[in-house]
Structure formats: C-alpha cells, structure tokens
Design a protein. Sequence first.
Length: 401
Amino acid sequence: MTDAYIYDHVRSPRGRGKPDGSLHTITPINLLSQILTAIRERNNFNPEDIDDVITGCVTAVGEQGGNIGRFAAIMAGYTDNVPGLHVNRFCASGLVAANYAAARIMAGQADMMIGCGVESMSRVQMGFDGGAWLFDPQVTNKIGTVLQGISADMIATKYGFSREECDEYSVLSQKRTKAAWDAEHFKGSILPIKDSIGRIMLDHDEHMRPETTVADLAALKSSFNDMGELGFDSVIMQKYPEIENINHVHHAGNSSGIVDGASAVLLGTEEIGKKYNLNPRARIVGFADIGTDPSIMLTGPGKSAKKALERAGLTKNDIDVWEVNEAFASVVLRFCQEMELGTDQVNVNGGAIAMGHPLGATGNMLLGTALDELERTNKKYALITLCVAGGMATATIIERI
C-alpha cells in the first residue's frame, strides 16, 4: 500500500454565521477558491498534477450546490482538467474528504489530491437541503428523529453531566482558544480572507468570547427545553425508557457556534513531493467511519476512535494529540468518559464552542489543527474525530514526519 502524506494545510478564519458576520459578503465558492489558490501558491505545484479535488459541504444547495469544489478549483486556476467530487457526511464531511483523498493515494490510484471543505452558514442556512430523515413521517418515526440539541441533552442526562460541568468545559474552550491565538499557534495555517478589491475582511476567528465566565453561562436559558416539551423528549425517551426526565443543559454558550469557513489539505505520494521539493509534514495512518443510534446520534466519536486505533495497531496511549469536535459540551465530556481521558488531554487549543463549527469544513480544520500541534510540540501521533448527525462518526489518525 502506498503511503499518503500531508504536505500542507490552509484554512480561513471562522466568521460569525450571521448577516453581520465579516465573511457574509463572501460567497461560498469565492471563500473556497481563495483557500485553494493559497495552497497552490504556497506549494508551487502544477495544477495539472492534481488528480481530484474532494470537497465536504453539508448544505449543498443554492450557492453551495452543484459540486462546488469542482468550480472553486477552476476559479482558483486549477485548469479545466482537474475534476471535483462533493461528499456529505454531515459534520465530518471535511475530514471524510481528506480521508477519501488519502484512500485514492493509498490504493495507488492517485499521486496528488486535495481534500477540502466549505460552509457559509450566514448565506446558506443549515437544513435547507431537507431530507427524509427530518421530514418524512414514516422515516422519522422509525428513526426516532429529534433535534441535535435534544440528543446532546440526552447524552448529558444518560451519562451524568451537569449543566455546571458543561458550562465549565465551555469556558475552558474559550480560554484555550484565546491562549492559542495569543501564542500564534494557528499563524501558519490561517489565510486572511479578502473581498473583490483586496481588502482583508477577516484574519481571526471572530466567534470567540474569551471573557465568558461560568456565571455568564449560568444566566442563559437552556435552548431545547421548550422543544422537548413539544414532544421531542417523549420521542427519544421511547428509545431510552430508563430515563424519566431529560435534563436540558445546553444553550448557545456551551454548543458550537454557527460560522462561515473553508479549509483544504494537500496530500500526495512521496514521489510527487520530491518532484516539487515538498517536505511531507505527516502521514495518514488510517481512518474509520461508524454508525450508531440515529436518535441520540452524537455518541459515535469514542466508537470511531477505538475502531481507528484497532485498525492501526495502536492504543490510546500512543496518541499525543486529541481533537474532538465540540458540537456540544456533553459530546466531548462523553468522549473523555468513554476513552478514560482527562479534559486536559483533549482540544488543547480550544474548539468549536469558542471558534465555531462551519459544518463541511470543520473536520478538515481539525486535521490541520492537530498537524500544527504535533509539529509545535514535537509529538508523533494525533487522532481527530467528530460526531455526525443521523448517528455516525469519523476518526482519523496521523503521524508526524
């Protein structure tokens, strides 16, 4: 099997996913094309050598529809000869895009690939693509479909995480993110995003609220209590009859932020790296996708991590850097509980509670964050994992070169 190496990673800052967000005026294809342009210019490769551009995007309708990566690559000067592929595994789409790109290389069917992701949540609202699992009564009844926030609250209830614990973790995420930005841990990977006349629109993650305290969060009303009372609590408790009442602990302050963003990873063989005098930064060791209960839906990261570790012949003690998407505070707390890890070992540079979660791009961004942290600390292995809507999860292991 051919080794797949990571040669570079570039991401945008995350902009608030609202009309007053700094990236709202940047279209999704423009946002992604700026990232693809940067990764081409940074590595000075001939675009003709790119075998494919695989793009993760969750709400692939309107401005984000129509295989956005194919045309973003053309806009970025990759020529008409570079094909593009769209993938959607909800929140893990950007990581899956990188994994599938690596798989092509590992199978000997490609020499140089780009795995990327984009989501402009201020312009294309989450859920606009619909889906039977959300709107077809026959399907929703069989699945036990509920809002993700209800699922997160069920995780907190079932596994014993209090509102205070979730809020404390969220404040920790904010503090870590601020410290990482102050120490310029993201400097080598961030591309300032510009408008059509070259003005910088955003050069930092603007969703951060580093001044947040536990007392501030305690004053917020839980976000999903009312929806639970409308019937969603009853739906999910049919699957978990041992739970008498759901403790609604999540709110805007301990859940991932809605943001705009894009990210890309350049992968290739050892030979293609030598051709362009590129030094490999890491090797894709392996990855795993799993399914789990689509009702509670967000409990998969531990299962996917264990599967990836087993396939790689590694144990959790081999992993130096852990990146777990902070979809909700209880998701990370459950991962730590299941994997018997302390919260001090996970997301040491903060996460989506502070920086935001641009759905299709987040997994790709986490891969880059893990890579940067391995290099910064001179460590060896990192594991990246995300929970996925509908009851799935993806995990990827990389090894620093």
